[in-house]
Design a protein. Sequence first.
Length: 231
Amino acid sequence: MRVIKLRHAFIIIAYGLFSSGCLNTEGNLEIKGKVIDESTKIQIPGRDIIVKGLVRNEKEEISVEAGQFSTDSSGNFTYTLRKVKDADFYNFILVGDSDYAFVTRNLGLYELEQNSMSLTFSLSRLTDLTIKILRENKNPVFDTLSLIWESDGVSCWSLYPFIIDNYGETQNYLGLTTWIGGDINSTIKTKVFADKKTKLFWDLIRNGKRMENTYTITCKRDITNTVYIKY
């Protein structure tokens, strides 16, 4: 079994994973709102939210910690936010997990003040996807299959970690997961966005010729969706 590590982790664990500056506040802002599933509109309890104030100087934009809170058992939140001096925009970072993908919502200070008592953030549900790869044709003895996928336009490398149970030779090349040889039987387990289009792109090099293929599937929530690639 081989675990592929993402270049960027899908779960935000602590403040330290985000750039931060020294806290320089100018008062507080009472905020109130809810976090919902974007499809069902059901409110999501226990969802962590990290807030960063964005301060721009002559050289760069600095991200400054402004607060952290969670939704209650009903999916609502009430919080006293520290206003960061000279910050005209704030990032609300909703922490992701195996059920929902993380998302960052950018709000201007004026918009935030106008809607401070009725904020709504939505999250996209993740669902299981299993990709089964089987080389049925034994001729020629040697060929190469490369696979990559994206869900709702988000690359597999940055959406969710994936696990490959592989029988055969596997390597990563130019961002693609590649199988080389003549005896390939692999299973990939991952998560993608529920009820949104997921595209699989796979290239087969056989006898010196490249064949490009695209397969599109809409994965349903709360079940294990399975795709077969046989070649």
